[in-house]
Design a binder for this molecule. Sequence first.
Ligand code: MTE
Ligand code: CO
Length: 423
Amino acid sequence: MGIKKETSRRNFLKGSVAIAGASVAGAASANSADPLITDVQDWASITGVGVDETPYGLPISFEKDVVRRNVEWLTASPISSINFTPIHALDGTITPQGCAFERHHSGAIELRKEDYRLMINGLVDKPLIFTYSDLERFPRENHVYFCECAANTGMEWAGAQLNGAQFTHGMIHNMEYTGVPLRTLLNEAGLSAAGDLKDKWVYVEGADASSNGRSIPMEKALDDVLVAFKANGEALRMEHGYPVRLVVPGWEGNMWVKWLRRIEVSDAAVESREETSKYTDVYEDGTARKWTWVMDAKSVITSPSPQMPINHSKGPMVISGLAWSGHGKITRVDVSRDGGITWETARLGKQGDTKALTRFYLDTEWDGNAMLLQSRAMDETGYVQPTKQQLREMRGENSVYHNNCIQTWFVDENGVVENVEVS
Ligand code: MTE
Ligand code: CO
């Protein structure tokens, strides 16, 4: 095994043995002379901000760095581009809408509820057009799901490139959606005209200039797809498809059509741009993987990570990260400190939800030595997240999409963290 980039593997080997022994509590003794304890502070001497001053709250100014960021050189224009969720700085599993990554092919549009229309046409008994308030009259459900762009981690195929979990893994968000099952609306339009549903499709498109049309097999459309109008309890933000988006649990983000305007039932896939020249993976021999809808199990350590260095000396340390699988629940996550030679099983924040982010923690001790940190997710189908080497062996080096390989962070003796590759 070798490590690419300038760091040598010898550095960390001595520190890779399991760390045991007494732990130093991460707090000072209560009788310290800390002026923050002994003196009356300004915030206790004057009154604070009134309830009339913050009708809709934003994060406190001290957290102003916890924001979406984009990488300028990645795309030609910010209109057809992407920004990244600051996953390194979040905890738990729910992504606040205000910092959830955005991916648009022709910019985010402002579409009023009053102007919203959703058409269902094609092989249906009764083509229908719904207004926003029509949708609100159908029984609705709440579900938490992750949405991951197929391009997440795509820049890392050729080698370790972007220095931060936000940039390597931040094309993902996880929200609680409120919406009407697509099945309910399709049944309202009536599917008997479609005959045998087994080989039927729906083509979904958005109201923006790109339309972002995608074909979805009928089996999935009738399963868990939602026509959603709320996220984390409130209206969708403009950038996430206000007023209505499609939620396609476990499947690549591109299919989660925003500003959803039309659903056509058909007997063949459209083979649109987004499912032919884009969102397919080219093998070494030039042929392409087609219909790669499901996002395979994946995980990443969010802290420590390049934007979250270890800023304490040796002793108690929490290693934390996120795991997810488009096939269902995460059942186990392992963490390695020696680049995948030995593994410890992490604790799941709570039992994995299906097709949703799962938080994991390894409550441990740092001995002050360098580490090659990795996490490896397993899901309920028994699938194990592959190494980068294994993924390249299966898919070659031409791919961009669906990179779900194990990520490596090199942590030096000072706690500084860097994106590296082990081979
Ligand atoms: N829907 C429309 N109408 N237009 C778009 O550009 N982008 C797609 C998808 N749905 C897109 C769209 C892509 S590639 C992704 S990854 C997700 O929306 C991103 O959703 P988000 O912006 O809420 O993160
Ligand atoms: Co995408």
